[in-house]
Design a protein around this ligand. Sequence first.
Ligand SMILES: Cc1ncc(COP(=O)(O)O)c(C=O)c1O
Length: 484
Amino acid sequence: MSENSTNKISFSYLKNKFLGNFNNSNNTPLLDAMINYKNNPMTGFHIPGHNRGKGVNRKFLNLVGEDVLNIDTTDEFDNLGTLHPATGAVKEAQELAACAFNAKKTFFVTGGSTVANLALAFSLSAPNDEVLIARNCHRSVLTGLIISGAKVNWVIPKKLNDWAIFGNIDPCDIEEKLKKNRNIKLVWITNPTYEGVVSDIKKIAQICRKYKASLIVDEAHGCLWNFSSKLPNCALQSGADAVVHSLHKTGGAMTQASMLHLSKDSIFDEEKITHALKLLHTTSPSLILLTSLDSARANLESAKGKDMIQNAIDNALYFRQKAKNIENLCVLDDIVDIDVTKIFIKMKGLSGLQLEYILEHNYKIEVESASDEGILLLSNIGGTKDEFDYLLKSLEEISKSKYQMTQNDVKIMPLIDPEIVMNLREAYFAPKECVEKDEAIGRISSEVIALCPPGISILLPGEIIKKEHLPYLFNYETIEVIKE
Ligand SMILES: Cc1ncc(COP(=O)(O)O)c(C=O)c1O
């Protein structure tokens, strides 16, 4: 691939720059290049060695189908382009995504938002830089900061104790932290929370600007927001400098396909982020995943895609309305600002894990996740009203049944205020030892422990282990702690 093709300015780039947000729902350069690749096979002497499916286990081929293997390729061919550096159809597809999200720059990421977060931490913070992080951040943010060695300050989101989940972040808490520590130059928050609770990003961004701090918003669960006025505001339009979207979570892309965007006014150095992504990314990105990003973007900005999003919202509102009539069922609603498509419910007399079990085994319904308190349901762009009717009917039956509430020791996410006594990186790399769980009380953790989902840490390196942590560590017999 010549350097020229890397630097060539494409039509979509110019349109984005000079004409602003444009609808390019019919323009799918990477999808088209892949169709061309599939339809014009060549004799191959290259990776992947299964040679368009001819070298795979037959059972696997029958499972996934010939077409999938036929297009399972990596970025080696000129007509498809490369990801690092971005060239050809891949580059065009990224530029169209930037147009669609009204971003200055969009990067495609095939390692999920995990790699996007790692790259942001790695490129935007250095050892001992002071950063402000929300305590409910995904563990990938922590991993990134272990790599960078930044000094972490914590902001604790509000707690919705009745639901045993984190709520929104109070902008005043951010202001207080920034006022107290003028060395903090980077703020990083998760919005929405896994359960859909929304913070006021506009206000938080204004505060960050006032204190000359930049803002990253991990909007992994909010990639639809940009495409509907009925959903919360996308952080790219609310003052964030960088935003991460897991298009594979709710946007219709394939698993692991994410985007990292820089906003139009972002102060971040594009080259630094490009470089970090190159270092952290696989050198063999799947063209199927990249193509799924191109097609998901085109779908979301098309009239059909917008109808799908509206449908997901309508189904969620329908469920929320009908659920009010089901005895013993509570829906996380009005008390917080929420993305309506994420529906967190609980049923009196049952833990979330029990409710999940009953739905799965008695009704063949799979939910997004379950906690000690409730379950999370997603109203997705591919969902139907009939499915929600079936869910409502099932919940109604369960609410009337005499299920026995059994003792539930399994706990998912603690809302304990962390006592952090060491820098993340120092704690992670300090000499360590394994001790029995009960003996770990009072010691300093040296590992990140987080259950996925939601990937929020139960313990961080540098955090004092307390008795209250133990019920959440049910999977662990021993804990890694700092050697005394
Ligand atoms: C808030 C948040 N950020 C980042 C991630 C990581 O995303 P991915 O699974 O795309 O790597 C998750 C995953 O659940 C998440 O919840």
